[in-house]
Design a protein around this ligand. Structure first.
Ligand code: SF4
Length: 355
């Protein structure tokens, strides 16, 4: 059965028309899901009872199941979601300083293969539909008190957002509209490992989305080791596309840099990074690596982290170290999905006598 969020308005309208219903029912249904927090047709009390019955026979109001819901001491919520085809994705609600930020996924797995990332360990299975992307926002918003609303979106979960740009933009359009979740483009950050053609397309949309480019290295040699796609797309092409984004939108670009001990965290790396970004409208977000089971990387020492920050500041670069949120609930992207897949595989092996 299809989830209502994945049914285009025109299709829904003709389905309703064939059942003698006026076109305004489309808006009514969307309002229930987006604003009214309905998770079943039964809750849509201003729809005729017979229509609710017909809808129940044909569609699902929401199509995703919450497989696990973890809450950390700092009120970070993490949802492991089971899609209709059984695939798992993650999304996170981060709460601090009056902000309620949804971090969402755009693909099942990821094809970019960054070495430090749990999401990319098994490659990409498929793109999420626009409805599946939107539903993550609805599920996270529904965790807030009735008068609470999401204030920000970061598209930094599982997957490369620009590799699924059409579906993402469709979902963000609804998220941004007044009849939707009312989250302005300036409060939405799209993160990418760096697909120049797609960055340019994003720049030309005439929207005020924030762009975050995952750099992770100050040169192609180090980056090649960490982000395999560097072989096809060197840093210069990515930076040129990011500059174009700034020219077209006037929005400062954020550069994300995961610090891995002894790999990209030396003062020399910081100096080189400062050189790369000098003269650009850039802000650097440093992310000390979150330990991931099965990966042979470590966080930098506090001393090395501070030295890295100092060197960037000496080079005149605006820099911030990202705080660790929800670390006790496998909050690094892809970790919860990975541990759940492992548990399921073990349970299956026990069931079939293979353990
Ligand atoms: S860090 Fe992002 S782009 Fe890289 S593998 Fe993980 S999800 Fe994909």
């Amino acid at each position: 059965m299809r989830a209502l969020l994945d049914v285009p308005n025109e299709e829904l309208q003709s389905w309703l028309k064939a059942r003698g219903q006026p076109p305004m029912r489309v808006r009514q249904l969307r309002r229930w899901l987006l604003l009214g927090r309905a998770e079943s047709f039964e809750q849509m009390t201003d729809l005729p009872r017979e229509l609710r019955q017909l809808l129940m026979e044909e569609y699902l109001p929401l199509g995703i199941q919450i497989a696990r819901h973890l809450v950390a001491g700092d009120e970070t919520h993490k949802l492991l979601l089971r899609l209709q085809d059984g695939q798992l994705v993650e999304c996170v609600l981060i709460q601090e300083a009056g902000r309620h930020t949804a971090c969402i996924s755009t693909q099942v797995g990821c094809g970019m293969g960054c070495l430090f990332c749990a999401s990319g360990l098994n490659g990409v299975a498929r793109n999420l539909t626009a409805g599946e992307i939107l539903e993550q926002l609805i599920r996270l918003r529904n965790l807030l008190p009735v008068d609470g609303r999401l204030t920000h979106i970061v598209v930094m979960g599982m997957g490369e957002p620009l590799a699924n740009l059409d579906n993402l933009l469709q979902a963000l359009e609804v998220a941004g509209s007044k009849d939707g979740l009312g989250i302005g483009a300036r409060h939405i950050t799209i993160s990418t490992v760096g697909l120049p053609a797609k960055i340019r397309r994003l720049a030309e949309l005439g929207k005020q989305y924030q762009l975050a480019v995952s750099l992770h290295a100050p040169n192609d040699v180090v980056r090649m080791h960490i982000v395999p796609t560097t072989e096809k797309t060197g840093l210069q092409a990515i930076l040129a596309a990011a500059d174009y984004f700034f020219e077209r939108t006037g929005r400062q670009v954020t550069y994300e840099y995961v610090l891995l001990r002894s790999i990209n965290d030396s003062v020399a790396h910081a100096k080189e990074l400062a050189g790369l970004l000098t003269g650009r409208q850039a802000h650097v977000n440093l992310i000390p690596f979150n330990d991931v089971e099965g990966l042979p990387y470590a966080r930098p020492t506090d001393h090395d982290l501070q030295a890295f920050v100092n060197e960037l500041r000496r080079g005149g670069i605006s820099v911030k170290v990202r705080k660790r949120k929800g670390s006790e609930i496998d909050a690094a992207c892809g970790q919860l999905r990975r541990s759940s897949l492992k548990e399921e595989a073990q349970a299956l092996a026990v069931g079939t006598g293979r353990l």
